[in-house]
Design a binder for this molecule. Sequence first.
Ligand SMILES: [Zn+2]
Length: 349
Amino acid sequence: MTLKLTNSVRGAVACALLFAAGCASNHPPPNPTPTAATTGNGDVIPRIIEQISEVNLRLNLFFIAKDPLPFRKANYTLPGHKRSTLEETDAWITKRLRGCGYTVTDDVCEVQAYACDLTKPRHHTYAKPAHDAPFYTVRNLYAKKTGRRLPREIILLVAHKDSQSWIDSPGAYDNGVGTAALVEMARVLARYESHRSIWFLWCNEEHKPWTSVIAANNCRQRGDNLIAIFNTDSLGGKSDADIAAGRKTNVTLYTAPEGKRLADLMAEVNDAYKIGLVQSSHLRPRPGDDDGSFVKAGYPCAVANLGSYPYVDSAYHEAEDTPERVDFVNVRMSTQATLAAVLRLDRAP
Ligand SMILES: [Zn+2]
């Protein structure tokens, strides 16, 4: 995640209206109002989301943010290894997905590492790459489920899998947790027969340019009908005070009215399935992060789930963003809420 902090609320509202007006031709998301199929004893969603495993989330995260992979950088290769830690991360994700029966596809992209400017404020020391900085070939990875009933309607889950290219940080919250959450959701949904298509995308956002831009533009060029986009970035990352108080937080950021419907859905499923998050939502002042790449490409039904906003993790973009600090109960709850929202949309009439 790369947060650029804010202008006025007035600007934010104007921006949201502009995007709403500019995207009026887009399909609205289906109405996820509870029906007989999604409430009471016939509701399959509780049984699916309870399969999200805290143990798996922990194992996944420690693998990609500690041992054997300390980072996920195109510009860092472990001594004696042939591939960068980011390529090794891709290989690990691909192996996990294939093990669940998915076919993995990719976009090939060229990126540079950010430069590091230590005169800039703490947490924000990334800087424009030098003009002669080397390019690296990196990939967006996809696993796709095709819907049985409405295959052309696509629900997209996104997480950036890379860690910070300008420093050596494990990037546990940013965004090892989102990467691990998507791998776990893909595992849980492997044998689920979806009504709509559900796509998983692992992209790169800590190198330049962000590869979610390429993913979003490819979707736009093909005319993919993305009806909802959930970016999971820094799930459960929150203030030291919230950690001390044991609060389990989730904030859903939206940019346009279509996104607000998804934010409202996050609150609804948190209540309906008694997930127990302190759930809130927030209007972004402008499109941001990987969901913003899709908003800019003409898909306003995009939100980000994260632990706090403004993002107040004390180790944000620092070497101290380690997996030992991660609140896995919170990550599990946020993953369950995200999955519940996806399933509500999938099963809507
Ligand atoms: Zn970041």
